[in-house]
Design a protein around this ligand. Structure first.
Ligand code: MG
Length: 223
């Protein structure tokens, strides 16, 4: 799919710049980690170096990590620049979607939370962002009511729907655009439903979005 400026969004992973992630955007997931439901979006960044495309190798648990969790999320691929965009104008600026895993070194994150330190290491290590192929807005017409699941070794761990988001996609992108300009190819991760949990070297994570796509990644230890 070519965008207005000739962007090839099917390859957004290779040229997109920023990845803005939203934490705690599903009530059941807030509850399982003992966090309050936020009154405004909680944002963090993942680096583009953390992308991992399907078929390009395993998810690598970072050195020293004892608890690396899967978080399945719907990613929004930005189509045209968003700076101070009103909620009603957001969807016309979306190029498409991707299914993503916001891999999280939970033990690193817990230590960071305790120390009031940033989550960069916990969320941004190499391979911390496995993603599916690009889905156009024609393929996924209604992102507000799509099922999303994640299995580890064929065991269902997460089985949610985007209907349960605390903050809607238009609200999130409008809010983010008040602080960070979003560019074509940027990705916004919209949070994870309940059921997050640890993976071990040798595990296989599979995930799916409605009946539109599935993806699969092996898990290994970074030597
Ligand atoms: Mg997440």
């Amino acid at each position: 799919m070519a965008g207005q400026a000739g962007h090839n969004f099917t390859k957004f992973v290779q040229w997109g710049r920023n990845i803005v992630a939203v934490g705690r955007n599903y009530r059941d997931h807030c509850a399982e980690l003992g966090n309050a439901v936020p009154i405004k979006p909680m944002l963090f960044f993942k680096p583009s170096s953390s992308y991992l495309e399907e078929g390009c190798g395993p998810i690598l648990i970072p050195r020293g990590c004892k608890s690396c969790h899967h978080e399945v999320e719907l990613g929004i691929v930005i189509g045209t620049q968003c700076r101070d965009v009103a909620e009603e104008d957001v969807m016309s600026r979306v190029a498409g979607y991707a299914l993503a895993l916001d891999m999280t070194a939970r033990d690193f994150q817990e230590e960071a939370k305790k120390n009031g330190a940033p989550w960069s290491l916990a969320k941004g290590f190499d391979t911390a962002l496995p993603v599916s192929r690009f889905l156009s807005t024609e393929e996924l017409k209604d992102p507000t009511a799509i099922k999303m699941w994640c299995k580890v070794n064929e065991e269902m761990r997460q089985d949610g729907t985007t209907t349960d988001m605390v903050f809607s996609i238009p609200y999130l992108i409008s809010y983010i655009s008040q602080y960070f300009t979003l560019h074509p190819g940027d990705l916004v991760l919209t949070g994870t439903p309940a059921g997050v949990g640890p993976v071990q070297p040798g595990d296989v994570i599979s995930a799916g979005l409605g009946d539109l796509l599935t993806m699969k990644f092996n898990v290994a230890q970074r030597e």
